[in-house]
Design a protein around this ligand. Structure first.
Ligand code: SF4
Length: 353
C-alpha cells in the first residue's frame, strides 16, 4: 500500500474528533454499551438504533442483567430493530460473558470472536473502540472507502479483494495514534462523506491521497450491479376475536421473526383463496373475510401481508399453537413491526363496522 499511513490516519482522527455525530453510545463509553450498540447497528439504520439504545440499556445495564432476563422481555425491548436473531445472540453472548469473563466484556480479539453472534468486524470494532486495541475492521462502508482510496476494483464478495482490504485496514490501524478513534472515523467517513451513491469529495479529509479521485474512478468504485429480483411471499394473517381477547400464535424459534408472536398466519409463495387458507389453519374458522393488504420489503424478498377477519364458534379448540391474549398494549405478546401492522389493519376495519 503506497498511502502515507501516518498522515492519513491522523487526518481521519482529526476529522472525526471535530465532525463526529452525537450518538447515544458515544456520549458515555463502556465496553458493554459499545458491544450492544455494535450488535444493534448490524443491518439496522442508525436512526432506529438511536431511538431504542438507551431504553434497552436502562433495562439491561450489564451483561448479567441481560443474561437473566426472560426471552419475551428481551424481544419486547428489541422491538423495531428487526432481525430478532441478533437479540437472541446478544443474550447468549451476555451469558457467555458472565460465565467466562466474570460479567465483563473481554478486550482480547480472540475472546470476543468466541462470543455468540460476534464476527471479525464486530470483534475489531469493540476491541479498538471500547478497549483501544489495534484491531482492524472492515464492513461495507470501510471496504468502499479503502477501495476508493487505493483505486482497487471493488468486489466485496471476491475473497482476494476482501483479503487486500483487511490487510490495508490492518496496516492503517497499526499506524494510527488512536485505533478506536481511527476505526470509528473510518466508518463515519464511509457513512457520511464517502457514500455509495454521492461521495462528497470536496469535504473529504483524505481527498489529497485518494487514487480513484486522481484517476476519475470514483463513480466506478463500486461498480453498479444489477440487483436480482426479490422473491415474493404471501402471508395470510387471520384475526379472530373472542370478547376482548384475540388469538395469537408464536413463531418457530428459528428463522425470520423467530420466537415472536403473530395472528394465525398461513405463508405461501402465491396468494391463496379463502378455502385454501382455511384448509391450512390447524383449527376451524367461519366467515373468513379479507379486510386489507400491505407490503414489507426485506433485504432479499417482498412479503405481502393479507389480513383477514374470521369467526370461531365458542368451545372450538384453538389448535396446538393458539393462545388468547387481551387487546390492550400491556397484554399483547412480543410482536414484530409487520405483525403490529396487521393488528392496525384489523383495528381499522373494526372501527368501520
Ligand atoms: S476523495 Fe472522495 S472517493 Fe476518495 S475517499 Fe474521499 S470521499 Fe471517497
Amino acid at each position: 500500500m503506497d498511502l502515507p499511513k501516518q498522515d492519513l490516519t491522523q487526518a481521519i482522527e482529526r476529522w472525526f474528533r471535530e465532525e463526529a455525530r452525537d450518538l447515544p453510545w458515544r456520549r458515555k463509553r463502556t465496553r458493554w454499551r459499545s458491544f450492544v450498540s455494535e450488535i444493534m447497528l448490524q443491518q439496522t439504520q442508525v436512526s432506529r438504533v438511536v431511538e431504542r439504545f438507551e431504553p434497552f440499556m436502562k433495562l439491561f445495564p450489564t451483561p448479567a442483567d441481560l443474561a437473566k432476563a426472560s426471552e419475551d422481555s428481551v424481544n419486547a425491548a428489541w422491538a423495531g430493530l428487526g432481525y430478532y436473531r441478533r437479540a437472541r445472540n446478544l443474550q447468549t453472548a451476555a451469558c457467555q460473558i458472565v460465565q467466562r469473563h466474570g460479567g465483563r466484556v473481554p478486550s482480547k480479539l480472540e475472546d470476543l470472536l468466541a462470543l455468540q453472534g460476534v464476527g471479525r468486524y464486530t470483534a475489531g470494532a469493540i476491541a479498538s473502540i471500547a478497549c483501544g486495541g489495534q484491531a482492524p475492521i472492515v464492513d461495507g462502508n470501510v471496504h468502499r472507502v479503502l477501495a476508493r482510496l487505493t483505486a482497487d476494483p471493488f468486489a466485496l464478495d471476491d475473497r482476494e479483494c476482501a483479503k487486500r482490504t483487511w490487510a490495508c485496514s490492518e496496516e492503517l490501524v497499526e499506524a494510527s495514534g488512536d485505533p478506536g478513534v481511527f476505526n470509528e472515523g473510518l466508518m463515519e467517513l464511509g457513512s457520511q462523506i464517502c457514500t455509495k451513491h454521492s461521495p462528497v469529495c470536496e469535504r473529504c479529509p483524505v481527498a489529497r491521497w485518494c487514487e480513484s479521485r486522481k484517476r476519475g474512478l470514483v463513480d466506478e468504485i463500486p461498480p453498479v450491479r444489477k440487483r436480482p429480483r426479490k422473491l415474493v411471499e404471501h402471508h395470510h394473517a387471520v384475526g379472530i376475536l373472542r370478547g376482548r381477547r384475540i388469538m395469537f400464535q408464536q413463531r418457530s424459534d428459528k428463522g425470520r421473526w423467530a420466537g415472536l408472536w403473530q395472528l394465525p398466519t398461513v405463508e405461501s409463495e402465491k396468494r391463496l383463496r379463502p378455502a385454501e387458507i382455511r384448509s391450512k389453519l390447524d383449527f376451524d374458522v367461519d366467515a373468513l373475510k379479507h379486510i386489507g393488504s400491505f407490503e414489507r420489503v426485506l433485504t432479499h424478498r417482498r412479503i405481502r401481508f393479507h389480513v383477514y377477519r374470521a369467526a370461531m364458534q365458542s368451545g372450538q379448540r384453538v389448535g396446538s399453537r393458539g393462545r388468547w391474549h387481551g387487546l390492550t398494549e400491556g397484554q399483547m405478546p412480543p410482536l414484530g413491526a409487520a405483525q403490529k401492522k396487521t393488528l392496525d389493519v384489523l383495528a381499522a376495519s373494526m372501527r368501520c363496522d
